[in-house]
Design a protein around this ligand. Structure first.
Ligand SMILES: NC(=O)c1ccc[n+]([C@@H]2O[C@H](COP(=O)([O-])OP(=O)(O)OC[C@H]3O[C@@H](n4cnc5c(N)ncnc54)[C@H](OP(=O)(O)O)[C@@H]3O)[C@@H](O)[C@H]2O)c1
Length: 277
């Protein structure tokens, strides 16, 4: 089969289309004929060298792409929830071989049936960012109806899902974005929007229950401001797993009894997501 592989870190030029062995699904895996692959910031980050946490897991040749939709071609001997011909979508194998390929084998638990009314292209844009948004809000943020959540980067791929999920939950949602995207964030359902280019959220907010750092900003000084707007015992969740909390952030969280978490697409919420398709 054909796949886009990398054999070294670098710019877009390190991606090569080559013939590789078609994978064989293990007992708990499905073999998927890939119809569409999503592209995320993490694809570029891995291609450019990953980080200290990821690098030991990256093996050459590596197939990038951790968002996919396709059709089940084969099922592993222990798989009972899919059959050949099912249309599926999910987050395969991160940080192992991904979806820039004609076929991929991935754990059945990482996939769900694709809603019939979503095209393969649209479906492949959802799983990774949709799951990290759901994971951050429901599993880590424990968001409840009536609570106030501040979503930084509400116009982004993770953030826009987070705004919508938080609204479904019945929370009061405040989202930050750049000037041109504020209207979009309002249309998603945000109760309040903050323009990060012209406003300082730390002057506008206080006693927030949950802050989700879904922006691409990696700056512990910004995090100190986020912790300042949280209530005592609030929850701070960051999407930027590659950028650890420094001592000042840890201290500020401890002082306010704030719980700090890094999100990941750990739990498969795709079946839950399907009700909105
Ligand atoms: N842990 C995981 O599994 C995981 C998964 C996916 C993503 N991520 C990380 O989560 C972050 C968001 O990913 P994404 O795919 O949603 O990215 P994205 O679509 O590029 O969104 C980035 C967001 O950050 C906002 N932003 C940019 N510069 C900003 C600034 N100076 N101040 C405040 N906000 C700013 C953008 O606002 P405007 O567009 O309005 O300027 C946008 O809302 C990335 O850092 C990504 O690496 C982590």
């Amino acid at each position: 089969m054909k796949a886009v592989i990398i054999n070294e870190f670098g710019g877009t030029g390190v991606m090569k289309i080559e013939d590789v062995e078609r994978p064989v699904p293990a007992a708990d895996e499905i073999l998927i004929k890939v119809y569409a692959s999503g592209v995320n910031p993490v694809d570029r980050a891995v291609r450019e060298g990953g980080n200290d946490i990821l690098r030991p897991y990256l093996k050459w040749p590596l197939i990038l792409g951790w968002d996919a939709s396709g059709i089940v071609e084969e099922i592993g001997s222990n798989v009972t929830n899919f059959k050949k011909g099912d249309e599926v979508y999910g987050v395969p194998n991160f940080p192992g071989n991904g979806s820039y390929a004609e076929y991929m084998a991935a754990k059945a638990s990482q996939f769900a049936l694709k809603p019939k009314n979503l095209s393969f292209n649209k479906a492949a844009a959802i799983p990774l960012t949709g799951l990290v948004a759901a994971n951050s809000i429901f599993d880590l943020g424990k968001l409840e109806a009536g609570q106030r959540i501040f979503i930084q980067g509400a116009s982004g791929s993770v953030g826009n899902f987070a705004v919508q999920f938080a609204k479904v939950k019945g929370a009061y949602v405040i989202g930050s974005a750049s000037t041109d995207k504020l209207e979009f964030v309002k249309q998603l359902g945000a109760d309040e929007v903050i323009d990060y280019k012209t406003q300082s959220f730390e002057e506008l907010l206080q006693d927030i229950d949950v802050v989700l750092e879904a922006s691409s900003v990696r700056d512990n000084k910004e995090r100190l401001k986020s912790i300042a707007v949280l209530k005592k015992g609030g929850i701070f969740i960051s999407a930027n797993v590659d950028f650890p909390f420094d001592d000042a952030v840890k201290k500020a969280m401890e002082k306010k009894n704030v719980k700090g978490e890094f999100l990941a697409a750990q739990t498969n919420h795709l079946t839950w997501l399907n009700q909105f398709a």
